[in-house]
Design a binder for this molecule. Structure first.
Ligand code: SF4
Length: 280
């Protein structure tokens, strides 16, 4: 891990995040050690390293918490997306606690907070998340197949741990979203649809793979393209699963699904967060 002294920790939202209604983004890290093969962040201009190295490097903004304490008043009541080009709950976060420190700094100012992650470590911070009046945690679950997950995102947490995190967050009274973005090949589409509908997240977002031909955008990394070409999965398969879901519940497709939590208070707690930390 490398360290980085950042000039600021909250940035003005741009692109689809801004269009979705967010004023600010926050990225405590640069790079992402989950290294998903399809990740669009590897196309960002500031990530100058070769795309083949995506996932193998990470810079931690060591002054992130100090900056957050200073800058948080500006975000009072405004919408914040945490994080847009890294994961705020990477394994290193367990030790560095940058995301946790940022949440602590933000609490008095109550931004409308969207946490986007695939890291089950998010459950550690349920005690803080519960205290935001407007919050939703989106967890990425791009497939129902652990075998497929290991092909496309071998360094990311197993799917079952993400489902467990979702259940814990919900039990803590925190609104949750599930992002099937992009939808990876499914071995049992009906079973996956059933599980998503049975869990009934507050928000469900699906998206097919994008092809921006290497330009920045929600593009698909080159390694994911190679994997996709080898698997029996097409845009038609994606559409079929989308339609199965849409027949049963509200499902957002693509960037329209990334919007802030409502200003009103979210679900009430079913049990205290303390009871969950032992599950980590
Ligand atoms: S967790 Fe998110 S930011 Fe990190 S590599 Fe995967 S898609 Fe990219």
């Amino acid at each position: 891990m490398e360290t980085l002294v950042a000039r600021s920790i909250f940035s003005t939202a741009t692109g689809y995040i801004r269009r979705g209604g967010f004023a600010w983004t926050c990225n405590p890290y640069v790079g992402c050690t989950f290294g998903c093969s399809y990740c669009y962040a590897m196309f960002l201009p500031q990530n100058r390293r070769p795309k083949q190295e995506w996932g193998r490097w990470l810079q931690a903004k060591t002054n992130a918490v100090e900056l957050a304490r200073r800058e948080a008043p500006r975000l009072a009541g405004q919408t914040l997306y945490l994080s847009s080009v890294t994961d705020p709950y990477l394994p290193l976060e367990r030790r560095l606690k940058l995301t946790r420190g940022i949440l602590e700094a933000l609490l008095p100012y109550q931004p409308r907070l969207l946490v986007q992650t695939r890291g089950p470590l998010v459950v550690r911070d349920a005690d803080l998340l519960q205290r935001f009046h407007s919050v939703r945690v989106n967890v990425s679950i791009p497939t129902g197949s652990e075998k497929v997950r290991q092909l496309f995102e071998p360094k990311a947490p197993p799917l079952e741990r993400r489902w467990e995190a979702l259940a814990c967050l919900r039990q803590a009274g925190i609104a949750v979203g599930i992002c099937v973005t992009p939808m990876l090949p499914l071995e049992e589409p009906e079973g996956f649809v059933e599980r998503l509908c049975a869990f009934d997240p507050d928000v469900l977002v699906v998206q097919d793979f994008h092809d921006a031909r290497g330009c920045f955008g929600a593009d698909t990394g080159p390694q994911a393209r190679r994997l996709l070409a080898e698997l029996p999965w097409t845009a038609h398969d994606y559409r079929r699963v989308h339609d199965m879901l849409a027949q049963r519940r509200v499902v957002y497709e693509g960037e329209v699904g990334f919007f802030p939590p409502p200003a009103a208070p979210t679900r009430s707690a079913h049990r205290p967060a303390d009871a969950m930390s032992s599950r980590l």
